[in-house]
Design a protein around this ligand. Structure first.
Ligand SMILES: Cc1cc2nc3c(=O)[nH]c(=O)nc-3n(C[C@H](O)[C@H](O)[C@H](O)COP(=O)(O)OP(=O)(O)OC[C@H]3O[C@@H](n4cnc5c(N)ncnc54)[C@H](O)[C@@H]3O)c2cc1C
Length: 511
């Protein structure tokens, strides 16, 4: 069954290969890589990173100020990172409501969850408006218990939704209701989030790129940013150079800041952008930059893709396009494609050291095998199904599992990261926040969102403790959850290790 799995990181994800092939057929000119930067240019806003965060920030900036000179710099091609590699789940945050209440209070939590709910719909509307066929399907998301230890993992969130008058957003299902939607013999019950959607993630990223080019945004691909405002990436991220809320003082552009200087390197040589403000949208790569390193742990997630099996999906009753996950901390997430494949990811992943994103983040046969084992556990009848593809990508885990949209103290440098593996819908809101800050739109309502005003997440321990701790906890969690699924006993030391982050006050890891 695993014969089809080969290291995938050396090539594009299946999503991105599909998206690029379509793009090439429709417009070879548009599909060609945007030229790398050479020499010195100026801009109103320079955006570093061509994933959803950078792309949505650029898009919003074009809405806020049509004449603004926006330059976007991407080391690879737009969508080459996780934005073109992810599972394509576009989920609400109703399952995060207890954490949101803890962080922002009830009113703030509701406002944030409603903003994310709005972002899910906005992606669908945006795709329809701009003729981007990213397979947007709003069929909801199911989370299932696949072992006694996972039963009721959603109870606290369901209760929080009910208490805040949004019980219809997150609906518990008993065993039969759950299996009627997707017939897995191991599903013991679950919960349904009707407002969630799925997409073809790379088509969305590439569609955003196309619209930005049409709007006059200057994109340089194959352009590695090597320095921002005198800072360079390294692996010993500090907490000293910390960041805080945006320095927005009034509506309109103050242009009082000293410009931001961004230096680059590419195949054609060195480059430089001197800009009034900068947006740093680097996702897991942010962990290598001194401003952010201690607030992020990098983690890998790997997806495998089956051959087309539409008839088998029909046998399972799984034909509506719903996203499905189990309730492990080392979560398995599964979705279908229009030609009847299953993409399943998760089940473990690896921690990264000091913000380095090495080949293990994309070429990881062990993680592919774990995902395949997850598929076999959840759907034993699919044991013989061929796995045709596999790829991975890095995730930027923050201490509270929520993204953080901040600004460098005293500088017009704004950043968004920390999505912790759930960034498709939140990046829409993040892009709005970052564009409003970069263009100093203090009156933009999005800047009143608790997501824009909240403080930085807790720092993680310095390296090498951060890497060793993350690795230890991940192994313990994966061992514990696999044992729980098999009905085997869990050694007390493994259970305690898996709980360590919670005991230390982080909002991550199993309870
Ligand atoms: C396997 C996997 C599955 C996932 N599944 C889901 C899911 O189903 N639903 C969900 O909501 N989220 C999911 N996520 C998370 C989601 O993909 C991310 O949160 C989201 O794509 C973040 O977008 P971004 O723009 O911040 O980052 P990215 O897409 O990573 O973009 C950052 C970009 O910065 C570029 N870059 C890095 N360093 C430099 C530099 N020095 N100079 C220039 N450019 C640089 C990178 O090449 C990259 O393109 C998943 C992630 C992975 C890896």
């Amino acid at each position: 069954m695993l014969g089809g799995i080969r290291p995938a990181g050396s090539r594009r994800s299946w999503w991105l290969r599909e998206a690029l092939a379509e793009e090439e057929a429709a417009s070879p000119h548009m599909a060609a890589a945007a030229p790398p930067l050479r020499g010195s240019i100026t801009a109103d806003v320079v955006i570093v990173g061509g994933g959803y965060t950078g792309l949505w920030a650029a898009y919003r900036a074009t809405e806020l100020e049509a004449g603004a000179r926006i330059v976007l710099l991407e080391a690879d091609i737009c969508g080459g990172g996780p934005s073109g590699r992810n599972g394509g789940f576009v989920t609400n945050w109703w399952d995060e409501l207890p954490t949101l209440v803890d962080r922002y209070g009830e009113a703030g939590a509701l406002a944030v969850a409603r903003a994310i709910e709005g972002a899910v719909d906005e992606i669908g509307t945006w795709c329809a408006t701009h003729g981007v066929d990213a397979w947007y399907t709003k069929a909801g998301a199911l989370q299932a218990s696949a072992a006694p230890a996972q039963d009721g993992a959603w109870d606290e969130a369901v209760a929080a939704c009910r208490a805040l008058g949004v019980g219809d957003r997150y609906l518990p299902l008993d065993r039969d209701e759950m299996r009627a939607r997707v017939a897995s013999p191991v599903f013991r019950g679950g919960v349904f989030m009707p407002g969630a959607a799925t997409i073809q993630p790379a088509v969305l990223a590439r569609g955003l790129r196309r619209i930005l080019l049409e709007r006059g945004v200057v994109i340089h691909e194959g352009t590695q940013v090597t320095e921002i405002d005198g800072q360079q990436p390294g692996w010993l991220g500090s907490v000293a150079a910390t960041t805080r809320r945006a320095p927005v003082r009034h509506a309109g552009r103050s242009r009082t800041w000293r410009p931001v200087r961004v230096r680059t390197m590419s195949a054609v040589g060195a480059g430089e952008v001197v800009a009034a403000s900068a947006v740093v949208a680097l996702n897991a790569w942010a962990a290598a930059w001194p401003w952010f390193g201690r607030r992020l742990v990098t983690w890998s997630s790997t997806i495998i893709l089956t051959e087309p099996i539409p008839d088998r999906l029909a046998d399972l009753g799984w034909t509506g396009g719903e996203g499905v996950s189990d309730a492990r901390f080392t979560l398995h997430y599964l979705r279908t494609t229009p030609d009847g494949r299953i993409a399943i990811g998760g089940g473990g992943g690896r921690a990264g050291f000091g913000g380095r994103i090495g080949p293990a983040f994309t070429d990881d046969v062990l993680s592919s095998r774990r995902a395949a084992a997850g598929l076999r556990h959840l759907f034993p009848s699919l044991r013989d199904v061929r796995i045709e593809d596999s790829w991975g990508g890095p995730i930027d885990v923050s201490a509270d599992h929520l993204p953080w949209f901040g600004s460098v103290r005293g500088r017009p440098i704004h950043h968004g990261h920390g999505y912790s593996g759930n960034g498709v819908a939140p990046a829409v809101v993040g892009g709005r926040i970052l564009a409003a800050r970069a263009l100093e739109r203090a009156d933009d309502p999005v800047l009143a969102s608790p997501l824009a005003t909240g403080s930085a997440p807790r720092a993680f321990p310095p390296e090498p403790a951060r890497y060793l701790g993350a690795r230890l906890v991940r192994e313990a969690a994966a061992r514990r959850e696999s044992a729980e699924e098999r009905g085997a006993s869990v050694e007390p030391v493994v259970r305690e290790l898996s709980r360590l982050p919670r005991r230390l006050g982080y909002h991550i890891g199993p309870r």
